[in-house]
Design a protein. Structure first.
Length: 337
């Protein structure tokens, strides 16, 4: 039995919003409290595969994201946070694994396909301008996971095709070079997709429907006041359907103790939307307050953030070096030792 190791990654392309928090980070907080090594990769190299033209954005977000994660309660004593580009062994493994995957297979990867379509300005109408790096990022993600013997990968269902690709690479490696690597499995979060304020199935920065952990009172108020409610409800005492209302949806996330009252009052017509939104704003601000206090602390102590990243990266690198050593031996490319 191989030891259990949890590994996940996040691309530093923007600040954390409620979608990330309830879809992923909340789960990570639970997982870091188990007696299992937990690695959190800030995937800057992967972020560059579709942001190569805006390196300053990726650079800035490495720290921003780390600060957000720490503010949410990711504890550097329990979670090993590291920067992908500072572990060159991951790049080495990517090169080795690139022999074990066909180009046709990468083109068929549903996640790659979907992302390619969203990035027409970079990769062309039909993907004819796709880069080698972007097409191959599932290979580098397989390197991310296996460098640390990741056995369990917390992720959303959009990541399953990438995990499957990793498992295929692992199997092929083990077949050719002998049993070395473990096939990782997913830990799916129940709440993979958090809806946006506009009712869209997904909350996203580019969709303009997100509440960020860093949003101030005025921004939160404005966003919630504009959230989509039951369009049939015109007057304060009209009964309505909370199930199609985003205000109710967020009450469920941040106001669990009170949500049954919201639901029954809404259905009975005993609740006006403005008052309901105001209550949500108050709960949301109360939810964000401790997170923002921690954010501000780290913003004022950037040297601590850097120290956490340095230490986490150093730790992680030790393990990645050992893995590369083993893999090179198996591939018979170890010399003079
Ligand atoms: N592809 C993931 C995302 O876009 C980020 C990621 C990078 C990742 N490396 C990983 C996730 C390794 C899980 C395991 O969100
Ligand atoms: Fe939504 Fe609240 Fe209005 Fe009901 S009363 S429709 S839950 S905002």
């Amino acid at each position: 039995m191989k030891q259990k190791t949890i590994l996940t990654g996040i691309r530093p392309t923007g600040n954390i919003h409620l979608g990330h928090y309830f879809g992923a980070v909340k789960k990570w907080k639970k997982l870091q409290n188990q007696d299992t090594p937990f690695y959190l990769e800030i995937a800057d190299v992967q972020a560059l595969t579709d942001n190569f033209h805006q390196p300053e954005k990726v650079r800035k977000n490495v720290r921003e994201l780390t600060i957000d994660a720490l503010a949410c309660g990711i504890d550097p004593k329990k979670t090993n946070i590291f920067i992908q580009s500072m572990i060159p062994e991951i790049a080495e493994l990517t090169v080795f694994y690139s022999n074990l995957v066909t180009i046709a297979r990468l083109y068929r990867n549903p996640t790659v396909k979907a992302e390619m379509k969203q990035k027409k300005e970079l990769f062309g109408e039909d993907g004819e301008g796709i880069t080698y790096g972007f097409l191959g990022y599932p290979v580098s993600q397989a390197a991310d996971i296996t460098a640390f013997h990741g056995t369990h990968v917390p992720c959303g269902d959009d990541q399953l095709p990438l995990l499957e690709q990793c498992r295929e690479i692992v199997r092929k490696f083990n077949n050719i070079y002998g049993d070395t690597l473990v096939e990782p499995e997913a830990i799916l979060s129940e709440n993979t997709r958090i809806k946006g304020l506009d009712g869209n199935e997904k909350m996203g920065k580019s969709l303009g429907n997100a509440i960020f952990l860093s949003d101030d009172e005025e921004t939160v108020t404005k966003k919630i006041m504009g959230a989509v409610t039951d369009p049939e409800k015109l007057k304060k005492d009209d009964p309505a359907n909370p199930d199609i209302c985003m205000v109710y949806y967020y009450h469920k996330l941040v106001n669990q103790d009170y949500v049954d009252t919201v639901c029954s009052e809404c259905k009975r017509g005993a609740r006006g939307c403005v008052a309901c939104k105001k209550e949500l704003i108050a709960s949301m601000l109360a939810f964000l307050k401790p997170i923002q206090e921690k954010r501000n602390y780290y913003l004022e102590h950037l040297e601590e953030v850097d120290e956490i990243l340095k230490e986490g990266t150093e730790n992680a690198r030790k393990l990645a070096k050992e893995t590369v050593q083993t893999i090179k031996e198996k591939m018979q490319i170890h010399y003079f030792e």
